[in-house]
Design a protein around this ligand. Structure first.
Ligand code: FES
Ligand code: FES
Length: 209
């Protein structure tokens, strides 16, 4: 009997996992999304979620190396904004619907509000702060300014990062390809046509350079 009890304490269930976050806004808004994307990667072969605590991770952010201790449920977005003070990456919906928190992770765009920091261990991350050099803006940033690719500007960092990801892989996208690549980013000001124009201008300039 005692043996069985000891065995049960080694792991805990999905229900225990949710209880551990309490009943506040975090569990209501963020955890369901984290669970949807990440919970399966945490499971043991038996299907349980192992009990684990804070973890030390290493990240390369905008070419600089960082060593950090993170909570199991801490998002990459939280680490970037609250621990590294990189507030250019925006918190908008915090549940994978708007793209305001988009960063490049090993060159691919990801929603940092849904990406657990522990999963980013050893990865290379580029945020909006990492695009310009001291001398000049990234061609995509420059084109967004020249083509009025923003109104309130809140969605702009996410759009620029997604556009950079697109142009790094396809330096001459069609309008359709641009729309597809940016379909995970929402602009509440409805500035889409100018955003698409900015991407086309940046593409032209990048091909010339
Ligand atoms: S803040 Fe991450 S997708 Fe909206
Ligand atoms: S420019 Fe305002 S949300 Fe896009």
């Amino acid at each position: 009997m005692e043996k069985t009890k000891k065995k049960k304490r080694k792991t805990f269930t999905r229900r225990d996992f949710l209880k551990g976050f309490g009943g506040g806004a975090l569990s209501a808004a963020v955890v369901p999304q984290l669970l949807a994307h990440d919970i399966d990667s945490l499971r043991t072969k038996k299907g349980n979620i192992p009990l684990f605590s804070k973890k030390q991770i290493s990240l390369t952010v905008n070419e600089k190396k960082f060593s950090l201790v993170v909570e199991p449920a801490e998002t990459l977005l939280h680490v970037l904004r609250e621990k590294l003070n990189l507030t250019g990456t925006k918190t908008m919906c915090a549940r994978g619907e708007c793209g305001g928190c988009t960063v490049l992770l090993d060159g691919n765009p990801v929603y940092s509000c849904l990406y657990l920091a522990v999963r980013a261990d050893g990865k290379k991350i580029t945020t909006i702060e990492g695009l310009a050099t001291k001398e000049k803006l990234h061609p995509v940033q420059q084109a967004f300014i020249e083509k009025d690719g923003y109104q309130c500007g809140f969605c702009t960092p996410g759009f620029i990062i997604s556009s950079v990801a697109l142009l790094n892989k396809n330096n001459n996208p069609t309008l359709e390809e641009t729309k597809n690549a940016l379909s995970g980013n929402l602009c509440r000001c409805g500035n889409y046509s100018r955003i698409h124009e900015a991407v086309a201008a940046a593409s032209k300039n990048m091909r010339r350079a």
